[in-house]
Design a protein around this ligand. Structure first.
Ligand code: FE
Length: 137
């Protein structure tokens, strides 16, 4: 069966390729699972309308419609653009049990998801600004 979601064809690149394409700051978040300092990201307070894309591969990840002010210091969304936009994985690093959020298309690290978000989902996708590329519209 032909897939109509050509945007979601998996992307696999070597770390050397990602390093060439991304800034050092983006690379640290997206490929080394880094976390930007709270309150420093350029999208934290953004209320502009549009789509937040993966900063590595450009896949559509989160609509501004699902963005809310969590007070956490990071851009927060209550749902991804589609269920396949992101992949969720248990993350036991740093002495915590969390759920890591990665790009469904290229596997790059985006942030974590928590169960203290608003309705209708009750989820809080806590995402690094440096992992995102917002396109207005
Ligand atoms: Fe991606």
């Amino acid at each position: 069966m032909m897939s109509i979601m050509t945007d979601m064809q998996p992307i696999q690149k070597s770390e050397a390729e990602w390093r060439k394409e991304l800034t050092p700051e983006q690379y640290h978040i997206l490929r080394e699972k880094g976390t930007e300092a709270a309150g420093t990201g350029k999208y934290y307070h953004s209320t502009e309308t549009g789509m937040y894309h993966c900063g590595a591969c450009g896949a559509a990840l989160f609509s501004s419609d699902a963005k809310f002010d969590s007070g956490s210091g990071w851009p927060s969304f209550y749902e991804p653009a589609t269920p396949d936009s992101v992949k969720l994985t248990q993350d036991d690093s740093h002495g915590m049990r969390r759920t890591e959020v990665t790009c469904g298309r290229c596997g790059s690290h985006l942030g974590h998801v928590f169960d203290d978000g608003p309705q209708p989902t009750g989820k809080r996708f806590c995402i690094n600004s440096l992992a995102l590329d917002m396109k207005k519209g």
